[in-house]
Design a protein around this ligand. Structure first.
Ligand code: ADP
Ligand code: MG
Length: 234
């Protein structure tokens, strides 16, 4: 449960994500999707209730929380890159984690290759287009081989070619590394392409969760159906 200024913006009785799956989170704007991602990322504590990661309650010492937080990475709609080279941007998290120079170099080169921007390594990150910047933000996340990748509308401002790269790289990370992917998207086609399971949120409540095909073709809740058909007024 999450409240801001006494107002409840998210109230979920019970929700579990299975390791290694790709989840799509959909719902109208203001439904609480981003709030849920921030709570899952341990950026913000819930106002009430508990978070468990692999069966262990998330609480206690800062060092323990930091260790947990490092197993997850989040990519936002608007990437925030440092005003240095693309290479340094992708390298940053590995440096912080004390990965050896040699190994880090290998991982960074591989990640840049993966998002199709190997030749951009020495470019200044601030000179990139929106789509390129988002691919770098994804490379920066992928290089850490997170157990959980949280994506908050990562392709909202991108053209189809860049969307395809982001989707492909995300899927590859999931397949190769078993990373659990939790992706907020306003694009229901993207949810259909990417997700094994879809969760529909409405006014801070989890209305429906199920296999993607079922939620899209045979939803249990009338509100889910209305949202998917584009008939929901909000
Ligand atoms: N830091 C905050 N302070 C106050 N209200 C917030 C804050 N963050 C989000 N909210 C409110 O919580 C609700 C859910 O927001 P959000 O999680 O961003 O929805 P979504 O991502 O589904 O569009 C909204 O009503 C929003 O205004
Ligand atoms: Mg949001």
């Amino acid at each position: 449960m999450k409240q801001y200024d006494g107002k409840t913006v998210l109230k979920i009785d019970n929700l579990a994500f299975a390791a290694g799956k790709i989840y799509g989170l959909i719902g109208p704007s203001g439904a609480g999707k981003s709030t849920l991602l921030r709570i899952l990322n341990l950026l913000e504590p819930p106002t009430g209730g508990k978070i468990y990661f692999k069966g262990i309650a998330v609480e206690g010492k800062a060092k323990h929380l930091l260790n947990l937080r490092r197993k997850m990475t989040m990519v936002f709609q608007h990437p925030v890159l440092f005003d240095t080279s693309v290479y340094e941007n992708v390298m940053y998290g590995l440096k912080v984690r004390g990965v050896s120079q040699r190994e880090a170099k290998r991982l960074v080169e591989q990640a840049l290759e993966d998002v199709g921007l190997a030749e951009f390594a020495q470019r200044n990150a601030c000179s990139l287009s929106g789509g390129e910047a988002q691919r770098i933000a994804l490379a920066r996340a992928m290089v850490l081989k997170p157990e959980v990748l949280l994506l908050d509308e990562p392709t909202s401002n991108l053209d189809p070619a860049n969307v395809a790269v982001v989707e492909r790289s995300t899927r590859r990370l999931n397949e190769k590394h078993g990373t659990t992917v939790i992706m907020v998207t306003h694009n229901i086609f993207q949810a259909q392409r990417m997700a094994e399971e879809v969760l529909f949120f409405y006014r801070g409540r989890l209305v429906e969760k199920g296999p993607t095909q079922q939620v899209f073709h045979n939803p249990e809740d009338e509100r889910t159906r209305a949202f998917i058909k584009g008939e929901m007024v909000y």
